[in-house]
Design a protein around this ligand. Structure first.
Ligand SMILES: [Zn+2]
Length: 64
């Protein structure tokens, strides 16, 4: 699964706040930490088929 923020890296972390819940790559996870966004490691992708990036509004708030 690709990172839901940059759409390039492999998503191995999950970033979640009250307003969003996305899977992200290590590079974006680093940025998220800087932004005080809680992240956790994705041990394995248990929800197969959940790859639709339909949280663009939430992604925008993350990128800012
Ligand atoms: Zn990324």
């Amino acid at each position: 699964m690709n990172c839901q923020r940059c759409l390039r890296g492999e998503a191995v972390y999950r970033a979640h706040t009250d307003a969003m819940d996305i899977k992200i790559c290590p590079v974006c996870a680093e940025e998220a930490q800087r932004l005080k966004i809680a992240i956790e490691v994705l041990e394995n992708s248990e929800r197969v088929g959940d790859g639709a990036p339909r949280s663009s509004q939430l992604l925008n708030s993350f990128i800012e």
